[in-house]
Write a protein that binds this ligand. Structure first.
Ligand SMILES: *Cc1c(COP(=O)(O)O)cnc(C)c1O
Length: 458
């Protein structure tokens, strides 16, 4: 049996079902469906092993920035590969890590001056949590060891990141493993947790946040949030000004701010970093996902010189940050990230992107007429379409209908790959998607949503 025969599609499907365990996947259902096996990608397109072409409508899980097999990114990685694939940052240094740190600091919100690498968004968050706690401990305030977090938040899957998360479906089962945190209401205006109407609320959720900070200041190291958009919660977009106010409250109550830009960073919201849009500099900034243009696993936690200085001291003072992952700052990944930033620095990049964001906004208008689309949310190139059984009452569909899942399967017939968050349909294409493909993506999704929801008995 030669290699091509042994790897035919039928075998791959069988072996997938037999050997693999997929992330975030109810495997019982997975085993009943034929897996879609991706073989290659080009630009905003993915190709399966039968040669079918699809638009990559969620940027291969929110990571792809400039498209797949981008010549400049491929070249940058190859160039580095010919030198060395991996060398450690523990006790040694290397050029890609140094250059990337310099480049990140140059473009990050002003005041963030130190870069600590890791390999996933979750680890970037773990690092921020530990740094925030130890920052206070190193200054004789070990009682500031708790965290204020937001309801509906998602910060990753490691135990620390889950402790500051707030998505019941994902997080409930691990409750006994988690450390205690204080939840602040999420600005989910469509379903306001405080029962307010968006135009008359005077941002009551911010008052709640402040009350919490007043009460918990002595025991709180940091407040963590996803700036501008709560991604995994279903693309919940913040009311304007929320982020800036939250930043002021942190300062007033001596609580560090951790901005988790793992999803929103690197252009997704229409600016390089979401924090820029409200002129906010957090004390700690977590980035991941798009940092390498969507090529390789890499993440970083950026912080201020003030936080960094608190970790200096003689060994016996025990102020050192004893944390690091084996592949921290991997040279191949850093080389890809340096090239990603170079491409994002092109003066036309954001001009073109902003034009497409406006186009996308217009393309989304027809969704508002669909009987089962409760809300259309968009921030930049992040879109969430919340499907509901009854639009007037905002009644959700029962989860066992798996409606979101059915919509994305239907969309495949139109050559579109997307992935829902429950019954929120997510669109998050690569930022360089051509306008024509963007239109095909939205139009195909529209048909899939309409056909699946309207075939559904009330
Ligand atoms: C995806 C995500 C993470 C986790 O990143 P991983 O690389 O999957 O560990 C953390 N925070 C936010 C906001 C995310 O969207």
């Amino acid at each position: 049996m030669n290699r091509t025969q042994s790897l035919n599609a039928k075998n791959l499907s069988r072996w997938d079902h037999h050997y693999l365990w997929h992330p975030f996947t109810p495997q019982q259902y997975w085993e009943q469906e034929k897996p879609l096996i991706i073989e290659r990608g080009r630009g905003c397109y993915l190709y399966d092993d039968a040669g079918n072409r699809y638009i990559d409508g969620v940027s291969s899980l929110w990571v792809t920035v400039h498209g797949h097999t981008h010549p400049a990114l491929n070249r940058a990685i190859r160039r580095q590969l010919n030198r060395i694939a991996h060398s450690t940052l523990l006790g040694l240094s290397h050029e890609p890590a140094i250059v990337l740190a310099r480049d990140l600091v140059r473009v990050a919100p002003p005041g963030l001056q130190r870069v600590f690498y890791s390999d996933s968004g979750s680890t970037a968050v773990e690092i921020a949590l530990k740094m925030a706690y130890q920052y206070w401990a190193n200054q004789g305030q070990p009682r500031k060891h708790s965290f204020i977090r937001m309801e509906n938040a998602y910060h990753g899957d490691t135990v620390g990141a889950v402790s500051v998360g707030g998505i019941t479906l994902f997080h409930q089962v691990y409750k006994p493993l988690l450390f205690k945190t204080y939840p602040a209401p999420s600005p989910y205006c469509y379903r306001c947790p405080l029962g307010k109407k968006p135009d008359h609320c005077r941002q009551a959720c911010l008052d709640r946040l402040e009350q919490l900070m007043v009460r918990r200041s002595a025991s709180t190291a940091a407040f963590i949030l996803e700036p501008l958009v709560q991604g995994a919660a279903g693309m919940i977009t913040f009311p304007p000004g929320y982020l800036k106010r939250a930043r002021e409250l942190c300062q007033r109550h001596q609580i560090l701010m951790i901005a988790d830009e793992v999803a929103v960073g690197f252009g997704r919201t229409g600016a390089l970093f979401a924090c820029e849009q409200e002129e906010v500099t957090p004390d700690l900034l977590c980035v991941g996902k798009g940092i390498t243009g969507g090529y390789l696993p890499l993440a970083a936690t950026l912080t201020t010189e003030g936080v960094y200085q608190a970790f200096l001291g003689r060994v016996e003072e025990m102020k050192t940050f004893y944390h690091g992952h084996t592949y921290t700052g991997n040279p191949l990944a850093c080389a890809a990230a340096v090239e990603n930033l170079r491409l994002l620095a092109d003066k036309d990049f954001f001009r073109k992107l902003r034009k497409k964001i406006v186009r996308l906004e217009r393309l989304l208008v027809p969704f508002r007429d669909l009987a089962h689309v409760g809300e259309v949310r968009q921030k930049g190139f992040m879109v969430g379409l919340e499907l509901v059984r009854d639009r007037d009452k905002k009644t959700p569909y029962p989860p066992d209908l798996r409606l979101g899942h059915r919509v994305i399967l239907e969309a495949r017939k139109y050559g579109i790959i997307i992935r829902p968050l429950g019954d929120v349909i997510v669109l998050m294409p690569p930022l360089t998607i051509p306008e024509k493909a963007l239109k095909s993506l939205v139009d195909g999704t529209f048909r899939a949503v309409r056909d699946v929801t309207e075939a559904q008995p009330k």
